[in-house]
Design a protein around this ligand. Structure first.
Ligand code: ASP
Length: 464
């Protein structure tokens, strides 16, 4: 007799569990490869066959991870464009959007300054820069000096006027082609607004097309997410296999300070703000956005995670489409609480390491410049470290300490990038939920469950 009656629906493990399993397996395999780096290299050197097998495995691993991220990036521009055109194409929605716009930017800036303050308070308590001897400091600084020196050329202080001006694309097709998200948001809002001014029959047709395309793209997100467990395995295994574990132990206090601050924000401050301003409890929130968090952690990229964050916030959390399609893309571009917190701790760490005193005034400068630097940080891996230069320059940290300091923290940057990107994405989702609740645009948990059940019944539920 079969154990499961033939009529029982096939139970599939929830996607976030599948991703978690992929992640854990990636962690174990990656760390094993890391530990056996020496013997494996010897083996590869000993036979041409072993060398090519290992080369093939490494390349295949990278290929799968990169393919997955490409799939998500491929979706990010059209989903923002089409869903925001739909969201902004009625006069009512336009009024609502301008109100939402103001509130969103203010909350984003406030939470970012709060995050840096948390980081600075922690770094003043743990004093991570005092745990490293000057000899070890100089050794680590010279070891990584070459790797970071070219990267540092790229950083330039974001000019607020230029950033504002840059939101208006000179050529909307170039904005789409280059994936400049703020310009795409501007384009979508402009088209949505203009659609309210043309005759209804014409506007309706365009809106229907954009709406249909949004639904089609959401299907693609669902399909890509089905491959997430395997892709996440590859991404994590790749990172762990090449991570400098030895450097991690030298920078343990610094790394734990950053991670502690990120945990305080993600598991303490956000749930508190969420409860106070939207009435939503932490369990419902985290259950809804877990797939986006796991993906942010695995990819270290808020912009690659963007389509999934939108789907989690809208499909699983119940935030309305126009709030989601405005607040989340904007957040993935300018709201980086985790990055800002990390920059605050890193600046203090480097100053302590080189014996440069930073008084209260200098620490307030850090709050201001790290807020700006995080706004200017692109949502891709490793950029937060480059933008740190701006913060260090603002508080007068000299060239030698800056280059040495950045070279030192470079060794653990990927791990911290994974953690800070998770906070960045969580912050965006929290703000979207609060804004939606204030606008009366947030479904109840029951309504979300009913909608998912309805979709499942017609075989439509491919949400992450
Ligand atoms: N990787 C981060 C993000 O995508 C940015 C950074 O801090 O480097 O959100």
């Amino acid at each position: 007799m079969p154990l499961v009656p033939p009529s029982a629906p096939r139970q599939r493990l929830a996607l976030h569990w599948q991703i978690l399993i992929g992640m854990a397996a990636g962690l174990v395999v990656g760390l094993l490869v890391n530990a056996f780096q020496g013997p494996l290299a010897d083996l590869a050197a000993s036979s041409a066959l072993a060398a090519s097998v290992m080369d093939f495995l490494a390349k295949a691993n990278q290929f799968v991870g990169d393919l997955f991220l490409r799939g998500l990036r491929f979706i990010a521009v059209p989903i923002v464009l089409f869903s925001l055109v739909v969201g902004s194409s009625s006069l009512n929605d336009l009024k609502k959007l301008s109100r939402i716009g103001g509130r969103t930017i203010i909350i984003y800036l406030l939470t970012t300054s709060l995050a840096i303050t948390v980081g600075l308070v922690l770094a003043n308590i743990t004093r991570p820069g005092t745990w490293l001897s000057p000899e070890l400091r100089d050794h680590l600084a010279t070891a990584a000096a070459d790797t970071v020196s070219d990267k540092l050329q790229a950083a330039a202080a974001p000019d607020v006027w230029a950033t504002l001006l840059n939101m208006v694309p000179q050529n909307p097709f170039a904005a789409l082609a280059q994936g400049n998200m703020l310009q795409v948001v501007f384009l979508a809002l402009a088209i949505g607004a203009a659609l309210t001014l043309v005759p209804k029959e014409k506007a309706e047709f365009v809106i229907k097309v954009a709406d249909g395309l949004t639904d089609a793209i959401i299907k693609l997100v669902g399909a890509i997410m089905l491959t997430a467990p395997v892709a996440v395995f590859c991404l994590i295994a790749g990172v762990m296999a090449t991570m400098g574990i030895q450097v991690l132990s030298a920078l343990l206090v610094y790394s734990l300070t950053v991670i502690g601050g990120l945990l305080i924000m993600t598991l303490g401050v956000y749930p508190l703000l969420l409860k106070v301003f939207s009435g939503v409890g932490p369990r419902r929130f985290f259950e809804a956005i877990l797939p986006a968090q796991l993906l942010a952690f695995s990819s270290s990229s808020s912009s690659a995670t963007l389509p999934v964050t939108m789907e989690c916030v809208e499909g699983r959390m119940g935030v309305g489409e126009d709030v989601t399609s405005f607040v989340i893309p904007l957040g993935a571009t300018i709201n980086m609480d985790g990055t800002a917190l990390y920059q605050g701790v890193a600046a203090l760490f480097i100053a302590q390491l080189y014996g440069i005193p930073l008084d209260l005034g200098a620490q307030l400068t850090i709050v201001l410049t790290a807020t700006l630097a995080s706004v200017g940080t692109a949502g891709v891996p490793g950029v937060g470290l480059i933008m740190l230069v701006i913060v260090l320059q603002a508080v007068g940290i000299g060239d030698e300490a800056m280059k040495g300091g950045i070279a030192i923290i470079f060794g653990v940057d990927r791990l911290l990038d994974m953690c800070r990107t998770t906070t960045n994405v969580t912050g965006d989702a929290m703000v979207a939920t609060v804004i939606a609740a204030r606008e009366g645009d947030l479904l109840t948990a029951q309504a979300v469950a009913d909608r998912r059940a309805e979709r499942q019944a017609v075989g439509m539920d491919e949400n992450p």
